[in-house]
Ligand binder design. Structure first.
Ligand code: GAL
Ligand code: MG
Length: 977
């Protein structure tokens, strides 16, 4: 037993006391104290205790701050669970075994801080933070994604050294409302710093900047010591223009004893003529400096802000930014890094946002907690609409907690602190009360606080919205469902009962090879008043870089051990279950539009095109009609180049003159080419790039690639007059010098995450589609032709397959048909698969590309001539699955370095894939690093291929993208190069 006197903070047992949201913590505000502060990041002494009341040991190790100890070799490892809590206790209780990190370091308090108020700021700690200075209690904080500040008056002395101890308790009552779908970690995730201000200082600044140029700045001055001295005043300056004092307010205020006794308030105003308004396309910012002056005019405190003039309002059922019904092309973003878990740097955040900008996104939901302050600065600067979400998710115990009065304070506290911190960011257009926490009185309390404190922005909460999208009384001004089927959204918008903007807070679940029907969604959104967009779930695949030999996180030492979405040899991207835990939610954590190293997945290109600011609306004989699909910007920031791709000819290019178009306008521009008589199918692409440097993209960055078909393909003119010989074996299988496995029928794909979680994969396995027994019914040989009829016997039914191979001048024509019985009503594919000899390493094709595309995710891949090494065709989804497909392929060649190889021409545009893996290879392993590439190529030519949909969480693909039962026919020619 440890008989040392119990520490008062520990004695409170704040980890099981939801009523205790903080103790000794200063109120949140919007004054940025980062500059001029003493940073305390770096290595701290560290001990990991088994429980918060366990005695401290003798031996210290060290831990890097900011960082989570779960990624720093402590043996307490990351754990992934989606909904379920990692322990069985009911809120507010937690298990006795409760890892507790004790961080300690010495801090030299600058001597020149004498007489000032000294504040410790801890950027974020999960989940309970206890602060001691020289063994004396300084404070307690919860709310794992917002900073906590503590006044160290009386605890430290300027010019002396103090020992700061931060004790972080991993499991607490707060964990029950921080049950977001992500890894569980423990630690200090954002920077720690120490700063000083005068006792009388700017306590808070609230900026209201409207699109008409009206600026109102409200300042609060706090005197830690008591009354306000005579003659002090506040001034403001906006890009050099002095703000005026709101003297009327000051006078009224001076008479109000309640205010002036304790808290000084001042109002400043300006009317900015010809104001440059802020929006996500042109994020114009002004610099505001607010100063607190002593009676003699000297400056006691300064607060700097960047101001964006803009209005957000809901009019009818439209969400308007500066009067425009903007589309919300959003993504849900978690704080994630494959080496540091939850700690992200400024550069990381900037890289995230720059990438999103380049791929057409204009909005972020901070799923599911407030982000680092720097993220909002970046969003202001680069141009994003932000739904700022409070750190409240009680998913596993949602119903109990939403109305539990013990948690009332925590709900209001979390929402209020977020609003107090972020209210001055023009990027923040909506407050969110949290995620997946049912709906109860605690939400209404929080909503009530926000509505009074900040009437300038709407409030949303999915849990309330789900009670009725049009219900006027609920805590959500936005109908913000998650994964609502498109037809439901459409029906609502067309019902005549819609009262609120419909912006899905989550849609199009990006797990694995996914995001089918995204383009269909956007076609509907853009065409339907009442629909305004949504936020794709989600940005990141949260794969943690892991050493395969000891199954430990690589941590900060893993820098550079990945490239292009793939972990270096000896490493892999870990997901749920990979750290030895038996209870977990597997690869559901890998559901982002980027790989763990931020390499874009193919869906990003789809999104970029869907968001295209310039579109080709139509093709007429005299030219094409271009339109401007932005809300605020002209086309002057873009330049263009025309590309004419001929299926059987060269690609021609010509500079494009983009017309001057305001948003919503269209103009006809003449065709830059005379389309050659021959060359077959012809496509015109407008390659749109940035004309100059944008803050998020250098000049020449591709913005979109709109396309129009100028001439259709002619039907293939095969004569089918036999000329030559066809060699097949007894079994009717083609013998060919370049093929190591003859073309056979394929009905299966390695199930995608959507196929698995949507239940299709089980059905396919039950039907035995992965390995049917092939039985030859007949082999009929005639000169230059072989016709083989076979049956593929599956548990679910028998598929009759016919393959007629005709030798013609220079190659083989393969005519195939397959008849699927009604019982096989939704199979992943019907087509041909064969395998080639090694050495054919380059694929050149005419069709959609160059990136991966599937029938319901093909809008962003322009038709043209593309070429890629075979090894680059495959997309390394974390859990191997169907991958690497190319949609709309008309012909391809597969060649060796000496240009020998094979050429295939298809009867019409079809789904093709060329990889190093059989479907069974992919389905047999759980991680990409377990795949052993084959030397040759596995080639699929599909008569029909099922769409991808998003059934891992949300709607499946549409009926039109399913593979129907009945007869499928396809043909192709094979030629040796
Ligand atoms: C939503 C939830 C997200 C995530 C997603 C599935 O229900 O809000 O946090 O769990 O589903 O990936
Ligand atoms: Mg959840």
């Amino acid at each position: 037993m440890n008989d040392a006197p119990l520490d008062p903070l520990t004695a409170l047992r704040p980890w099981e006391a939801p009523e205790v949201t903080s103790w000794g913590r200063l109120p949140m505000n919007a004054v940025d104290r980062r500059s001029g502060a003493v940073p305390l990041d770096g290595d701290w002494r560290f001990q990991l205790l088994p429980a918060p009341d366990a005695p401290l040991g003798e031996a210290w190790s060290s831990s890097y701050v900011p960082g989570v100890w779960t990624m720093q070799g402590t043996g307490d490892l990351p754990r992934y669970l989606n909904i379920r809590m990692p322990f069985a206790e009911f809120p507010p209780e937690v298990p006795a075994a409760n890892p507790t990190g004790v961080y300690e370091r010495e801090v030299d308090v600058p001597a020149e801080w004498a007489g000032r108020r000294i504040v410790l700021q801890v950027g974020a700690a999960e989940s309970v933070l206890l602060v001691h200075v020289d063994g004396r209690p300084a404070g307690i904080s919860k709310d794992a994604h917002l900073a906590a500040e503590f006044d160290l008056a009386g605890l430290v002395r300027p010019g002396e050294r103090a020992t700061v101890r931060l004790t972080v308790v991993k499991w607490s009552d707060a964990s029950h409302i921080e049950d977001q779908d992500q890894w569980w970690h423990g630690g200090i995730t954002r920077s720690v710093l120490l700063y000083a201000v005068d006792p009388l200082h700017l306590a808070d600044v609230t900026v209201r900047a409207r699109r008409d140029g009206d600026l109102l700045v409200e300042c609060r001055v706090r005197d830690a010591g008591g009354a306000l001295p005579e003659g002090w005043y506040v001034s403001g300056e906006l890009d050099g223009q002095l703000l005026t004092q709101d003297t009327e307010f000051d006078r009224a205020n001076a008479e109000d004893e309640r205010v002036s006794d304790f808290l000084g308030e001042a109002r400043l105003r300006a009317a900015v003529p010809d104001v440059r308004t802020w929006n996500a396309e042109t994020p114009e910012l002004y610099g505001l400096t607010v100063r607190l002056h002593r009676a003699d005019g000297t400056v006691a405190d300064t607060s700097r802000h960047r101001v964006g003039f803009r209005d957000v309002e809901i009019v009818g059922r439209d969400l308007l930014v500066n009067g425009e019904r903007v589309f919300i092309r959003g993504v849900n973003r978690h704080d994630f890094h494959p080496l540091t878990g939850r700690t992200v740097t400024y550069d990381d955040m900037r890289a995230d946002l720059v990438l999103l900008k380049r791929f057409g996104f204009n909005a972020i939901r901070t799923a599911h907690y407030p982000n680092d302050p720097a993220l909002y600065d970046l969003a202001d600067e680069l141009g994003f609409y932000v739904v700022d979400e409070a750190d409240i998710e009680s998913h596993d115990h949602a119903h109990e907690i939403a109305d539990d009065p013990r948690y009332l304070g925590a709900f209001v506290d979390r929402v209020a602190r977020m609003v107090l911190r972020d209210k001055n960011h023009p990027s923040v257009i909506i407050w969110s009360l949290g995620n997946e926490s049912d709906y109860g009185a605690n939400h209404d309390a929080a909503a009530g606080w926000v509505r009074r404190h900040d009437p300038t922005r709407p409030v949303q909460y999915e849990g309330a919205a789900r009670r009725g999208w049009a219900d006027p009384d609920l805590a959500s001004d936005i109908a913000c469902p998650m994964y609502a089927p498109l037809e439901e959204c459409l029906a609502h918008a067309l019902s005549g009962t819609q009262t609120k903007p419909l912006v899905q807070c989550e849609y199009s679940h990006a797990m694995g090879n996914s995001n089918g029907t995204l383009a269909d969604h956007w076609a509907a959104i853009e065409a339907t008043p009442g629909l305004q967009g949504g936020f794709i779930w989600e940005f990141w695949d949260h794969g943690i870089l892991q050493r395969v030999n000891d199954a430990r996180p690589a941590g900060r030492g893993g820098a550079g051990l990945y490239d292009n979405g793939v972990a270096a040899p000896g490493h892999r991207w870990a997901y749920g279950g990979d750290f030895g835990e038996t209870d977990h939610d597997g690869a559901f954590i890998a559901d982002g539009v980027v790989f763990p190293d931020r390499t874009p997945k193919p869906v990003m290109f789809e999104h970029r095109e869907i968001a295209a600011p310039v579109r080709i609306e139509a093709f007429r004989h005299e030219g094409v009609v271009l339109s401007n699909h932005q809300h605020f910007r002209g086309l002057e920031w873009l330049s263009g180049e025309w590309e004419l791709s001929l299926a059987d000819g060269d690609t021609l290019t010509a500079p494009a003159e983009l017309p001057a178009l305001r948003p919503g306008e269209t103009a006809a521009v003449p065709l830059p080419f005379t389309v050659p008589e021959d060359g077959g199918e012809a496509w015109l692409t407008l390659r749109v790039t940035t004309a100059g440097d944008e803050p998020w993209a250098p000049r020449g960055t591709v913005v979109c690639l709109p396309q129009v078909r100028l001439r259709a393909a002619l039907p293939p003119a095969h004569t089918r007059v036999p000329d030559g010989t066809v060699e097949v074996g007894e079994d009717g299988l083609l013998v060919h010098p370049l093929l190591t496995a003859a073309p056979v029928l394929s009905l299966w794909r390695a199930p995608t995450d959507n196929d698995e979680l949507g239940g299709m994969a089980d059905r396919w396995r039950d039907w035995g589609l992965q390995a049917p027994t092939r039985e030859v019914v007949s082999v009929r040989r005639s000169p230059g032709r072989v016709a083989v009829v076979s049956e593929y016997l599956c548990a679910g039914g028998t598929v009759r397959h016919e393959q007629v191979i005709t030798a013609v001048d220079g190659g083989l024509i393969v005519d195939e048909s397959a008849e699927l019985p009604e019982a096989l009503y939704d199979v992943p594919r019907v087509g041909t698969v064969f395998e080639t000899v090694a050495g054919l390493n380059l694929l050149e094709w005419f069709g959609k590309g160059p990136w991966e595309s599937y029938p319901d995710r093909a809008a962003g891949a322009p038709v043209g001539r593309h070429r890629l090494p075979v090894d680059e065709l495959f997309t390394p989804y974390l859990r191997p699955q169907e991958s690497g497909g190319r949609h709309g392929v008309r012909r391809f060649t597969l060649s060796a370095s000496d240009a020998t190889g094979l050429a295939v021409r298809l009867d019409r545009a079809r789904q093709v894939s060329v990889t190093r893996h059989r479907a069974a290879d992919l389905a047999a392993v759980a991680h990409h690093d377990e795949l052993v590439p084959r030397a040759g190529c596995v080639v699929h030519i599909d008569a029909a291929h099922r769409g991808l949909g998003t059934a891992s969480c949300g709607p499946d693909t549409f009926a039109s993208y399913l593979v129907a039962a009945g007869i499928h026919r396809w043909s192709w020619t094979l030629r040796v190069l």
